[in-house]
Write a protein that binds this ligand. Structure first.
Ligand code: HSE
Length: 436
């Protein structure tokens, strides 16, 4: 029987998932393609560590070159993550004539164009379904199922760690720091959670999705990124009281003059579908001209979900091999020569409604001072709430604005901050009400 000979780089959680999926369901997978997926070799820095898996005749090595350069390897599965050495290894594997399957979002978002180019020139696949939202089949859905339909909007929850933290903060009334520590203990957050909580991980995924949707090279550096590390349990409680939830939303929109690309904590109505995505789950909503809104939901990380996407990519390569197909679908859906850079619209000029939280001295005239400061920048108030009474301490004042640009809002907040009756730096969070 024909075989696809596999070498894996990195034997962590996802690597183990790939091994067990191939072991447990290898026969059924072979039935789908007529090609046997044979794991030949795994390179890891820690070959002697016990992963509780019987590898049989699969070779374990600490030499990555035995995978990247090995004559007995057809496809390299890159599960190391990060930029270096992953980029070099993937490039070398492609230059050595090997297909590559990767779960590495940073690599595709930031170096993808060059690497996909090498793959295309060599008639190879560089597949990355697992890089975006783990098991959620969004890359393939956009590259194939929605390929004919102009997409104008993608939004969703692309980071399970942040969604878990925000969900726990809301449900248990706990602070960011407390929930993060608990998430780290339970394995839902990395020891160094920076990429997740600062929004970088979601932005990598958004860059990839926007590229596929809009036929443009991934533009990670063009994304406006805000994380959840400054979100306070007080804001979550206020949001709840007003009928909202706070979510870290990744949003890409095609507008007349360019594209909007942003990852930021956002108030969404309690009744919206995106608000109901809780815990570690990911959800992507795609709006296209003919299909309308379609939704893709599932587990965005973890051993088995990520392995599911990785092995599906391997199966796709096996299917191509069986029929002698090469480069049937371009890496980013649009042919490389047709990718077109698009202008990213300046966040400062984007319009939206905002939630503001101020700490003000509780005395007559303060509300008037605040709304006058906002009015100077043409910001109109939709709702205003104040709770508690205190002659000496500051009390919270929460404002919901009508539509304004972020630039005007920032100017208005500066004017508010300068008021003698205002204590602390005002907090603000964008509100999105028009989503499913
Ligand atoms: N750490 C990511 C998440 C998964 O929490 O969604 C890998 O990108």
């Amino acid at each position: 029987m024909e075989e696809l000979r596999i070498g894996i780089l990195g034997y962590g959680t996802v690597g183990r998932g790939v091994v067990t999926l191939l072991q447990e369901h290898g026969e059924a997978i072979t039935h789908r393609s007529g090609v046997r997926l044979r794991l030949v070799r795994i390179a890891t820095r820690t070959p002697s560590r016990d992963r509780g898996v019987d590898l049989g005749d699969v070779e374990l090595t600490d030499d990555v070159r035995r995978v990247v350069d090995g004559d007995d390897i057809d496809v390299v599965v890159e599960l190391i993550g990060g930029y270096d050495p992953a980029e070099t290894l993937v490039r070398d594997a492609l230059n050595n004539g090997k297909h590559v399957v990767t779960a590495n979002k940073a690599l595709i978002a930031e170096k993808g164009v060059g690497l996909l180019d090498i793959a295309a020139k060599n008639g190879l696949e560089l597949a990355f379904e697992a890089a975006v939202a783990g098991a959620v089949p969004i890359v393939k859905a956009m590259k194939e199922s929605l390929a004919a339909d102009p997409v104008d909007r993608i939004y969703g929850i692309l980071n399970g760690t942040c969604n878990y933290i925000l969900t726990e903060m809301r449900e248990k009334g706990l602070s960011f720091e407390t929930v993060l520590a608990d998430a780290q203990e339970k394995g839902f957050a990395e020891a160094d959670p920076t990429f997740d909580v600062e929004g970088v991980d979601a932005a990598h995924k958004l860059a990839i999705l926007a590229a596929i949707a809009f036929g443009t090279p991934p533009n990670f550096s063009g994304i406006h990124i805000e994380g959840i590390n400054h979100i306070s349990d007080i804001d979550i409680a206020w949001a709840m009281e007003m009928g909202y939830r706070i979510k870290l939303l990744a949003i890409a929109k095609r507008m007349e003059k360019g594209i909007e690309l942003r990852v930021q904590p956002t108030l969404v109505p309690d009744s919206s579908m995106v608000a109901s995505v809780e815990g570690v789950f990911n959800s992507v909503f795609v709006h296209s001209a003919y299909a309308g809104t379609t939704m893709y939901h599932g587990r965005g990380a973890g051993e088995k979900p990520t392995a599911s996407a990785v092995v599906a990519d391997l199966l796709e390569i096996a299917r191509n091999k069986k029929v002698g197909a090469k480069g049937r679908v371009s890496g980013l859906s649009v042919l490389a020569e047709n990718l077109k850079p698009l202008e990213v619209l300046d966040m400062a000029e984007l319009e939206g409604e905002y939630y503001l939280r101020l700490a003000v001295v509780d005395r007559p005239g303060v509300l008037a001072d605040v709304t006058t400061a906002l009015a100077r920048f043409d910001i109109s108030v939709d709702a205003i709430m104040q709770k508690g009474r205190s002659q000496k301490d500051a009390v919270p004042l929460v404002i919901v604005t009508h539509k304004t640009t972020e630039k005007r809002l920032q100017d208005g907040l500066k004017a508010i901050e300068a008021l003698e009756s205002v204590r602390d730096k005002p907090r603000f969070i964008r509100i999105e009400t028009g989503f499913a």
